[in-house]
Design a protein around this ligand. Structure first.
Ligand SMILES: [Zn+2]
Length: 285
């Protein structure tokens, strides 16, 4: 039953991807940075994929390397904090007084936030503008909302049309950050356009995603999975021993022995990939 639920969620994600989007037919010409399947499945990975279909395995997942971002009261994981600090300095040098508005949010904080939206606007709309607890990138410590001081468009779609918003879209990748919820991709990402929400994935990946003209992280993540699947098989015993599935997999909570003994939720992911990967990207080889 659990397996079916997880599989169903992966298939649902695939259908969202298959909904198609600009860039979907643009096969990347360059090699993407190498990744292991474990990097793609661990909640602790900079590449962890979280969206309304794919929830954190451990509801109260809490990163261990959070630190306060300079000039703010918000926290991010160290690598992401470095990136956002550098980005904000560069933005100011370019004449845009961007600031960090929100970053890490715990499960509990997200729960309170979502409940507020839900009681205010109803569940359907709340889901469009906020993540359910356990499905927010902010809980990963890798997402940052930025805006400019005193602006009317703070946390609003019109931020994308401001000079600061345009600068951000143009330069984020240089710092390893992507605009996670681009315009016109709601069916793929599950979220309406958020020009202020940045996600850290590392410079190599952010630039590779840009170079390959891939619109959404869901699509880029699938290309990485595709590549990892093609790479020579590597032993996974160590990874499994040191990171129990219940702690590390974003594909579903699995405290039961049967799930741990299966040893790899990665396999579940890969098993369900080939069909929709081909529908989505026309990359059948
Ligand atoms: Zn955000």
């Amino acid at each position: 039953m659990r397996f079916m639920t997880r599989a169903a969620s992966v298939i649902l994600a695939s259908l969202l991807l298959a909904a198609g989007a600009p860039g979907a037919n643009a096969a990347p010409t360059a090699e993407l940075p190498p990744v292991s399947s474990e990097e793609l499945s661990s909640s602790d990975s900079m590449l962890a994929l979280i969206n309304p279909s794919i929830q954190l395995s451990t509801a109260d997942y809490h990163p261990t390397d959070l630190r306060t971002v300079a000039g703010s009261s918000h926290q991010l994981r160290e690598e992401a904090a470095d990136a956002v600090e550098e980005l904000l300095v560069a933005a100011r040098q370019a004449g845009h007084s961007l600031q960090l508005i929100s970053a890490f949010r715990s499960y509990e904080r997200q729960r309170v936030l979502f409940n507020q939206y839900e009681s205010q606007y109803g569940a359907a709309y709340a889901e469009r503008i906020s993540a359910r607890p356990g499905t927010s990138e902010h809980q990963l410590g890798l997402a940052a909302d930025v805006g400019y001081a005193g602006g009317n468009c703070q946390l609003r779609i019109c931020f994308g049309d401001t000079a600061a918003g345009k600068w951000l879209a143009q330069h984020s990748a240089e710092y390893g950050l992507i605009i996670r919820y681009p315009a016109g991709q709601e069916e793929v990402t599950g979220y309406s356009y958020e020009p202020w929400h940045l996600r850290y994935i590392g410079i190599d990946h952010a630039q590779a995603m840009q170079d390959a003209d891939v619109a959404t992280y869901e699509q880029y993540y699938n290309l990485l999975l595709d590549q990892a699947e093609e790479a020579p098989a590597e032993p996974t015993e160590n990874a499994v021993e040191t990171t129990p599935a219940a702690e590390s997999s974003p594909w579903g909570s699995s405290p039961e022995p049967e799930a741990s003994a299966d040893s790899s939720d990665d396999l579940v992911v890969l098993r369900f990939l080939p069909p929709f990967r081909d529908w989505s990207f026309g990359l059948s080889r």
